[in-house]
Write a new protein. Structure first.
Length: 253
């Protein structure tokens, strides 16, 4: 076992072992495609930094604790994959399918996830700083305790997701679909919510400070951190449709 000075993590086996695993997975597709026999690829703890997987099927793969920094995973099928604690810093997962994947505790700093499908994914405690999630689908995803500071979520769909106690400082949520999103206890300092849809969003007990809210849509089911916040938003909003309100102000403290 050698040591990677960049991460302090152990690197298992060596390139020969990993190559054999990848070769087997690529040639036989064991368990990587629906209806095929065999187990999914087992690459837990493997050093796959900079590898190209673009378009490959890794459905249900075991990549727990794998080192995938800088890897090319564009359009890869990772449905149900186990990526708990994996290092995906600066990896490109644009348009990847990660529905139902376990990314809890994963390191996703600087990762590209534009247009990715993360519906029902487990992102509890994940590090999502500076991640590009523009247009991504995160419906019903579990983001509890995740750190998504400075993350770009412009136009993303987070309908029904749970971001309780998450950190979203300076996140860009412009035009995002936040309907039914749970943000209780979340930290939202200097977050940009312009044009977002927050109908039914739960912001109770969240820390909302210096937020951009112009054109934010909300409804009677939307809950605010405090009565003061509720009053402030209501006083600067107009009703655009039955039970649909839109904020007209520019910034709220």
């Amino acid at each position: 076992m050698t040591r990677d000075n960049r991460t302090g993590r152990g690197r298992s086996g060596g390139t020969g072992v990993v190559a054999d695993r990848l070769s087997g997975a690529a040639s036989t597709r064991r368990g990587l495609w629906p209806g095929r026999r065999g187990a999914a690829a087992e690459l837990a703890g493997a050093d796959l930094a900079g590898r190209v997987f673009s378009g490959r099927g890794l459905r249900g793969a075991d990549l727990r604790g794998a080192y995938l920094s800088g890897a090319d995973l564009r359009g890869t099928d990772l449905r149900g994959a186990r990526l708990r604690g994996a290092d995906l810093r600066d990896a490109d997962l644009s348009s990847a399918v990660l529905a139902g994947a376990d990314l809890s505790g994963a390191m996703l700093v600087g990762t590209y996830l534009t247009g990715a499908d993360l519906r029902d994914a487990d992102l509890r405690g994940a590090y999502l700083r500076d991640v590009d999630l523009r247009g991504a689908f995160l419906g019903r995803a579990d983001l509890r305790d995740a750190d998504a500071s400075a993350t770009i979520l412009r136009g993303a769909v987070l309908q029904g997701a749970d971001a309780t106690d998450a950190i979203l400082d300076t996140a860009d949520l412009r035009a995002a679909d936040l309907r039914g999103l749970r943000l209780a206890g979340a930290r939202l300092h200097r977050v940009d919510l312009r044009g977002a849809d927050a109908r039914g969003t739960e912001l109770g007990e969240a820390t909302l400070c210096a937020a951009r809210l112009d054109r934010l849509r909300w409804s009677a089911a939307t809950t605010w951190p405090q009565n003061e916040w509720a009053h402030r938003v209501r006083s600067t909003s107009r009703e655009t449709a039955p039970d649909v309100f839109e904020v007209e102000g520019s910034r709220h403290g």
